[in-house]
Design a protein around this ligand. Structure first.
Ligand code: FES
Length: 111
C-alpha cells in the first residue's frame, strides 16, 4: 500500500469538493461533508466526465453529464444511466493534509 498526499484540508471547506491529481494521471475527488472528508475516483463510472463539475447534495453527488447520483457512503449509483459504483478511497488526515491509502501501482478506478 502507499499513501498519496492530495491537498490541504483547508482547500476543501465543508459542503464543497475539489479535484486532486495523482501521479499526473488520475483525478481524485475530495468531498467535505460537514467536516467528514471523503475521496472518490474523480471521473464518472459511466463515461469520461469530471465529477467536480457535478453537484453535491447532503449525501449524494450528481454527475452533471447524465445526472446519475452516487451515494457518498458506498459510491453506488442511485439512478441510471450509471451502473457501477465510483471507487471510494480510504482517507487519512495528517498534519492538515488529506491523504489516501491505495495499492501500489495504478489507482483503482471503475469504468
Ligand atoms: S457521465 Fe456521469 S452519468 Fe453519464
Amino acid at each position: 500500500m502507499r499513501l498519496v498526499d492530495l491537498l490541504a484540508v483547508e482547500e476543501v471547506p465543508p459542503g464543497t469538493m475539489k479535484m486532486a491529481w495523482v501521479d499526473g494521471a488520475d483525478q481524485v475527488l475530495v468531498v467535505n461533508l460537514a467536516g467528514d472528508i471523503r475521496a472518490f475516483q474523480g471521473i464518472c463510472s459511466h463515461e469520461y466526465f469530471e465529477l467536480d463539475k457535478g453537484f453535491l447534495t447532503r449525501d449524494s453527488l450528481t454527475c452533471a453529464l447524465h445526472l446519475s447520483r452516487f451515494d457518498l457512503e458506498t459510491g453506488e449509483p442511485l439512478d441510471p444511466p450509471a451502473e457501477v459504483p465510483i471507487v471510494r478511497y480510504p482517507v487519512i488526515i495528517e498534519g492538515g493534509r488529506v491523504l489516501i491509502e491505495v495499492p501500489e501501482g495504478p489507482l483503482p478506478v471503475n469504468e
